[in-house]
Design a protein around this ligand. Structure first.
Ligand code: PLP
Length: 326
């Protein structure tokens, strides 16, 4: 107890731990940004405690997919650079596919400036989950943007959305006949004001994961909605199926392919003419390999999303609750 040359007390452990975390974190970022070809931002990341916590404490509880996803979504590069990288990756997997899969930039929670940056880099298809966000952003961007509504749309919001956003191009997550009817009524009233008098494209959302938290219909119920849209909704065009799926479970994509077949048979449409909207930041390459025609990529383009309150979920299912409408 008299030799105090190397005293290991609590505060020095804390000090060394923090130094270690700081250095390893910086190194990881530098390597990662180097890999992602964005050396400019390598050393200038704001150090966020949440990121530190994510790396050191929660990391082992994440799946490999989620880990890759969280790496991929660190704020490396500008929106334009990120977009270029995503396009490059799409091109690599989609070799020879004609037409190539459509890239929808999912811009929910992101400011108009970020969308404009993507627009200036040539992006035209944008996806949003909340009607109030589309209503705010649409007038701020040029008319040739094609808006995709990818969240759960409350049927009482359909009218305002259709009437105030003439360049609403596709509603991807239709899950009830009631919503289809509201969209039909609203679109019929404004059809001439839409670009080239185009009908509003409709995808029906399929539940391929069986997880209670995710919305979507079973294939049989989706087929009924698809038949209804095809036969009863002349202002709408039934254009295919969409799913979120379970993170890391690629069988969800195969299930969506099967659902498309079944719905094509039920509606008498050609399966090849129907869209498969599947694939997000962490799995769009796998989705394209399985036939996706429409990938929805958010955080890899715009960076991780920050939510205002703890209530808002951190992953894909930020839906506007139907329960609030009654
Ligand atoms: C948010 C969202 C996306 C994009 O998710 P990322 O993981 O950020 O790419 C895609 N589809 C739906 C339905 C979403 O809600």
């Amino acid at each position: 107890m008299t030799r105090r040359r190397f005293s290991v007390n609590k505060s020095s452990i804390t000090y060394f731990t923090w130094c270690f975390l700081f250095l390893s974190n910086s190194l990881a970022r530098a390597v990662l940004c180097g890999m992602l070809q964005s050396p400019t931002t390598a050393f200038f990341f704001p150090l966020r405690p949440a990121v530190l916590r994510g790396r050191t404490v929660v990391v082992s509880s994440l799946t490999r997919h989620q880990r890759l996803h969280s790496f991929a979504t660190m704020n490396c590069g500008t929106v334009g650079e990120n977009l270029a990288r995503v396009r490059h990756r799409v091109k690599e997997v989609a070799k020879g596919l004609e037409p190539p899969p459509r890239l929808v930039a999912v811009s929910k929670t992101k400011p108009v400036a970020a969308l404009k940056e993507a627009y200036d880099a040539g992006q035209r298809h944008f996806g949003e989950n909340y009607s109030h966000e589309v209503l705010e952003k649409a007038p701020e961007l040029p008319d040739d943007v094609k808006w995709h509504f990818i969240g759960h749309l409350q049927s009482n919001k359909a009218k305002a959305l259709v009437e105030q956003v003439p360049n609403l191009w596709m509603v991807e997550a239709v899950d009830s006949i009631k919503l289809a009817d509201r969209l039909q009524a609203a679109t019929a009233g404004v059809l001439e004001t839409r670009r080239k008098g185009e009908r509003l494209k409709i995808l029906v959302q399929i539940d391929t994961s069986g997880e209670a938290t995710k919305s979507g219909k079973r294939t049989e119920d989706a087929a009924v909605i698809a038949q209804h849209v095809t036969a009863q909704c002349p202002a709408l065009q039934f254009a295919g199926v969409m799913t979120i799926g379970a993170s890391g479970d690629m069988t969800c994509f195969d299930k969506l392919v099967d659902a498309r077949e079944a719905i094509a048979r039920a509606t008498g449409l050609d399966a090849a003419s129907l869209e498969l909207s599947m694939g997000m930041s962490n799995d769009f390459e796998e989705a394209i390999a399985r036939g996706s025609t429409n990938i929805r990529v958010g955080s890899t383009i715009f960076g991780a999303r920050q939510y205002r309150s703890k209530e808002e979920p951190p992953v894909a299912e930020y839906n506007e609750g139907e329960s609030k409408s009654k």
